[in-house]
Structures are given as C-alpha cells and as structure tokens.
Design a protein around this ligand. Structure first.
Ligand SMILES: NC(=O)c1ccc[n+]([C@@H]2O[C@H](COP(=O)([O-])OP(=O)(O)OC[C@H]3O[C@@H](n4cnc5c(N)ncnc54)[C@H](OP(=O)(O)O)[C@@H]3O)[C@@H](O)[C@H]2O)c1
Length: 263
C-alpha cells in the first residue's frame, strides 16, 4: 500500500460514522423502521422519522433525543405523493438535504390473491412500490440539484424470492418489484453518486410479524436456527449500506434471513 492509499483508505476502510448526514426513515413508528432510525441516529445522522401514527413517531423522536441524538418526527402517508414532498421539505428545513433514505414502510396482503378487494390491492402496491419509487425520485432530484452523493436503502423481503402459497402473492410480487427498482435506479443514478441497495430480511420480530404469527402460529421452531430475527441484527447491514465504506456497492439486494429460506 502506498502512503497516499494509507491516508485515503484507513485500515480497515470501514467507518460507520454518519455525522453530517441527514436520514429519512419511512415506517419508523414501529418494527424494523423504529430500530433503523435509532441506529442511524446513534451513528451520528440527523434523522427524520415518518409514518402515519404521529404519537408513536413522537415517542421514537423523544427517545432518540433523550439519548443525545437529533431527530424530528413527521406524520405522513407514503401513498400520498404530496406527503412525500412535504416530508422532504420538512427534513430539509430542519436538518438540510436528505442524503440517506430508508424506504422501510410496507404492508402485507395477508390473504389469498383471489379474495383481495381492489382497495386492498391498490393499498399494497401504493405502499410497497409506488411510495418508495416516488420518494426515491424526489430524494434523487434534490441530491442531484445540490450536487451531493446519497444512499437509498429499500426494504425488500425473502418473499421476493420464495413463495409457498400462504396468502402473500401480492406482497411477494411487490417485493420483487422493489428488487428490480433497486437495480434499475442504481444504474440510473450511479453517475450522480447515489447508491441504491436493498435489504431482504427473513422473519424478524415486528408488528407485521406478530400479525403473521397470530394468523399462522409460531413457526420459529421449524426454522433452521429455531428463532426469529431481532431488528438489531440488521443494524450492521444497514450501517454498511449507508456508510462511506460501501461507496462501490450499488444495485445489490442483501439477503439477511438467518438462513431461513432456501437458495
Ligand atoms: N418483519 C419481518 O419479518 C420482515 C421481513 C421481510 C421484510 N420486511 C419489511 O420490512 C419493512 C418493515 O416492516 P416491519 O416488519 O417492521 O412491520 P411493521 O412493524 O408493521 O412496520 C411497518 C411500518 O410501516 C408504516 N406504514 C405502513 N403503511 C404506511 C403508509 N401508508 N404510510 C406511511 N407509513 C406506513 C407503519 O407505520 P404507520 O402505521 O404509523 O403508518 C409502520 O411503522 C416492511 O417493508 C416489510 O415488508 C419485514
């Protein structure tokens, strides 16, 4: 290694310091999103937590601020494009241009495809695909205008790759769309220094997951490691994807499923 390499690339080149970054997390009122917001704030980012339940967002923001982090709650519905723009306006006036977007908000279908109402179909597509697409474009537009690099992390699911017919046909289809969106937007925005990646979790404890366990029973003992994941076990994957050391990683979907699903 030359001296200049040693200076540019400390050993190991693996910082997770997010000071100076502004993050917006959707679906931060519960589950994985709540943990993601706490993790980003602990790593030094200024964080805007969003979702529909304002009381929950205030709780999360208060908790982050009480532990020395910087956080602002903003109530929004990702299916409403006007809300998406307002959330980014709010983040920008509170903290500056959003440089990290975590598209985490998502809903399940939890029923057989042929039994779904048109309203339910539209809601799943609007929340899981249209919302993240609209937000990603709005974030990219602002980053490009400001000449700043950025990171977008989408929440996919192992359901994008595997489906066993258990009432998640549309959910599975939307998460496959999230994977393709991750790849396509990464290619489109690589020239602007915007990296787009996705995390594909297996079964992790959350409100959505509790709902599934209530419907189908506790299947943890049938999993290879006989356990569900804990949101904290995704911290390192998130920090890798938003941190400076993953600058050459884009258009990738990281499977973080504790080996629960076949390959
Ligand atoms: N947990 C798992 O095992 C697992 C596995 C694979 C993938 N995932 C993915 O991980 C992400 C987080 O899920 P989770 O398990 O943490 O579920 P969760 O606890 O139910 O959290 C979902 C979040 O999305 C928000 N949300 C839903 N609809 C919204 C809307 N229209 N506008 C704004 N926010 C909305 C909810 O907030 P409000 O209700 O306050 O709006 C909530 O905070 C989802 O994309 C999910 O598909 C989870």
């Amino acid at each position: 290694m030359t001296d200049s390499e040693a200076q540019d690339f400390p050993l190991p080149y693996a910082s997770t310091d997010l000071s100076g970054q502004v993050a917006l997390v959707t679906g931060a009122s519960s589950g994985l999103g709540r943990r993601f917001a706490q993790t980003l704030a602990a790593a030094g980012a200024r964080v805007v937590v969003t979702g529909r339940r304002g009381d929950r967002l205030k709780e999360v923001a208060d908790e982050i601020v009480s532990t020395g982090g910087q956080c602002e709650p903003f109530t929004m519905d990702v299916t409403d494009a006007t809300d998406c723009v307002s959330a980014l306006d709010h983040a920008e006036s509170a903290f500056g241009t959003v440089t990290i977007l975590v598209n985490n908000a998502g809903i399940p279908d939890a029923q057989r495809a042929h039994k779904m109402s048109l309203e339910a179909i539209d809601a799943v597509i609007a929340t899981n695909v249209r919302g993240p697409f609209v937000l990603s474009c709005e974030v990219a537009r602002r980053l490009i205008a400001a000449g700043l690099p950025g990171r977008i992390v989408n929440l996919s699911s192992m359901a994008a790759f595997n489906y066993t017919g258990n009432g998640a046909a549309l959910y599975s289809s939307t998460k496959a769309a999230v994977n393709r969106m991750t790849e396509a937007l990464a290619v489109e925005w690589v020239r602007y220094g915007i990296n787009v990646n996705a995390i594909s979790p297996g079964s992790f404890a959350s409100e959505m997951h509790d709902g599934m366990v209530a419907r189908v029973g506790d299947f943890s003992q049938r999993l290879p490691r006989k356990r569900f994941g804990e949101p904290a076990q995704l911290d390192s994957t998130l920090l890798f994807l938003v941190g400076p050391s993953s600058e050459v990683v884009t258009g990738t979907v990281i499977k973080a499923d504790d080996g629960q699903f076949p390959r």
